[in-house]
Design a binder for this molecule. Sequence first.
Ligand SMILES: Cc1ncc(COP(=O)(O)O)c(C=O)c1O
Length: 373
Amino acid sequence: MAAATKDDGARVVDLRSDTLTQPSAPMKEAMVAAPLGDDVFGEDPTVMALQEKVARLLAKEAALFVPTGTMGNLICVLNHCRIRGSEVLLGNLSHIHVWEQGGISQLGGVHPRTLKNLPDGTFSLEELRQLVRGDNPHWPVTSLVCVENTHNMVGGRVLPLSWMDELGATCRELGLPLHMDGARLLNAATALGVPAARLVRDCDSVSVCLSKGLGAPVGSVVAGTKDFIRGALRLRKALGGGMRQAGLLAAAGIYALDHGLPKLAQDHAHVRTIAQAVSDLGSKVIKVDLEGVQTNILLLECDLKYVGPEQVCKRLSEVTEEERAATGKEVIVRILPMTASSVRLVVHCNISPEDIPIVVEKLIYVIREFERE
Ligand SMILES: Cc1ncc(COP(=O)(O)O)c(C=O)c1O
């Protein structure tokens, strides 16, 4: 089923998130046909096949299927931070810090210390060095560094490879392990045109989501050394993430990697088309930073003198009488506010090429309307 549906007769294009994808008929067929076993006994061949596939893709020794990206990150952080009083250095806009309920503290007693995320999703390596704790009984023990690629809150930006290499060298020098929240790592690899393994070469652990733009209904995979994954397996069990005949879901993940991964470039092209159209308008009300448009996420910046994020989202979700008369169409575009001044659009595999001009037309109509007000 496509994300463009009818809502009271209107055509709805839902760009709130790339988690909204519906499994395709062939994906469901692959799920039904998958050989299954009890994965808690280590006997599900489809789960094992997925884990081996992701380990190979990321050039890591081993991998583990987990229910969500949140659990994947939590497992990895807890696995690295086994000593009480551990501290993690991570971006102030990172998903782990902002959107995962402080699970690393709540459930693992791990103390977060934030580095200021720069507009490209990186942070200053100088600041990183400065925040590493010395040996002092008053302080927590710096135990891990986390990064996010692509970076969600800065608009799906890809961490520059040269920066990743410098970060890897810095962490090695400081003796700190490095975890990558790679929920959209394969979008980053697609955008850079480099193998995903290259992007995580210096990472001791990685968490990759199958249920975002790749289109699987559920699941993430964490990867690392065999030893790390042994620890991750124990933590997954403790967190209630042992999933028995999970091959049903792993089969969707395998299908997503085989069929969704090659299509990510199309999602990126769709986002660029939308971004370019908004940029070409040259509106004072809503702006786009074209340089920041790199993958399947688009941030539109509202000038708060004229309009705010909530107002933009609300207006795009309505069709007015005047609009119906002027355009002869009824189109609803669903998007979400992201920050105090921006809204976020996310394109995914259920958005078709035909949806894009429809989205563009609606956006342009609404932006012009705000300009007139
Ligand atoms: C960057 C990032 N990391 C982790 C997650 C968590 O994934 P999940 O929703 O599967 O827990 C998300 C979800 O949107 C995300 O955007």
